[in-house]
Design a binder for this molecule. Structure first.
Ligand code: PMP
Length: 339
């Protein structure tokens, strides 16, 4: 018999997939996607949710019959719902109204309770999804708030799994790691491992216009004037999470909602890889790096989740048109970008 003990045993060891068509004649390097949608919960968040829960269990902070609480853009919630279903915990998730209806339905399908909070509420606002998670943790007895932004077991999960996988899969030849930054766990844990193996590996963080992270990295100042609404889910932050290892980042690239969406659609059309919105952001950042790359370079872009979560958004022509993302769509071959 050849089987896994349960679904959690299938987390990790995601494939590294060469991106030949989308880069042909354009990117002078070998480019791979580390495709995290191959996890059972279809995102990189399976890794951190499992690691954070199991570490807290070991430390006695999660007890039998506990309620696990988290503030999430959806993916961490899905992974947690899956883990709680198996381990018999109650799962309460606070999400912002930006999360797609598909994501909410998926959370509920595994028994999670979902509290929807306004996406425009400042983190200090008691209506915000962070504040709501904190107050639920105070109210519900035997509950544990995972707090992925500040729980350093988030990045530890990637230090112990994603980093070693990428190092092994590239035979130590990786030269550039391109990764979206939200809580910073995926970027920092992986980057810390890769830099320990080879300090010359370039770490490229990807941030959204409307997020405070890049400005904080370059100035050390949390500039709230940077904040404005944007569409890419999971990318960027309006707070400074403890999990962003700013010292590890060699370059921070900001990407637009429109180009991220168009790149994600290109990945599906040209590579048959239906990955999520922020994966389009990571791909867009690879294109923005183009002039710095040479043929011997080996670039790994991390694709955080699956495209099925965005059928009503970037994979809907109507939604794309409503956003004005398909208007006057002209591919500028000199800059390898959309104008
Ligand atoms: N992309 C997606 C789709 C996500 O859900 C997240 C996490 N919120 C990220 C990217 C960013 O990953 P991290 O939180 O590890 O920085």
């Amino acid at each position: 018999m050849q089987y896994f003990e349960n679904v959690l045993a299938t987390i990790g060891d995601t494939p590294l997939i060469k991106l030949s068509n989308i880069t042909a004649g354009v990117i002078p390097a070998t480019v791979f996607g580390k495709v995290e949608s191959f996890n059972p919960g279809q995102s990189a968040k399976d890794r951190i949710a499992l690691y954070m829960v199991e570490q807290a269990e070991k430390e006695g902070r999660i007890k039998p019959g506990a309620t696990i609480i988290e503030a999430t853009s959806g993916n961490t919630g899905f992974s947690l719902a899956m883990i709680c279903a198996l381990k018999g915990y109650r799962c309460v998730l606070t999400v912002t109204s930006k999360s797609s209806p598909e994501k909410l339905a998926m959370l509920r399908s595994m028994g999670a309770e979902v509290v929807i909070c306004p996406s425009d509420a400042e983190p200090e606002d008691p209506r915000s999804y962070y504040a709501q998670a904190e107050s639920l943790a105070r109210e519900i007895p035997n509950s544990y708030y995972l707090a992925q932004n500040f729980n350093l077991n988030n990045q530890a999960a990637h230090y112990y799994t994603t980093g070693p996988e990428i190092w092994r899969q590239t035979g130590g030849k990786i030269t550039h790691y391109v990764c979206c930054c939200g809580t910073g766990g995926t970027l920092s844990g992986t980057a810390r491992y890769l830099k320990e193996k080879n300090p010359n590996v370039k770490i490229i963080g990807v941030d959204a216009y409307g997020s405070v992270l890049k400005k904080y990295w370059s100035t050390g100042i949390l500039d709230k004037s940077e904040i404005h609404p944007y569409k890419v889910e999971g990318l960027g932050k309006t707070i400074i999470p403890d999990n962003v290892g700013f010292d590890l980042i060699d370059e921070f690239i900001k990407v637009t909602d429109r180009n991220s969406a168009l790149r994600a659609r290109d990945l599906a059309k040209n590579e048959g890889l239906m990955v999520g919105y922020s994966s389009g952001s990571a791909m867009e950042a690879v294109f923005k790096l183009r002039d710095q790359l040479k043929p011997t370079d080996v670039v790994v872009a991390l694709f955080a989740d699956h495209g099925s979560r965005y059928l009503g958004k970037i994979f809907s022509d109507e939604w794309m048109q409503e956003q004005g993302f398909l208007k006057d769509e002209v591919y500028d071959h000199s800059s390898y970008s959309y104008r």
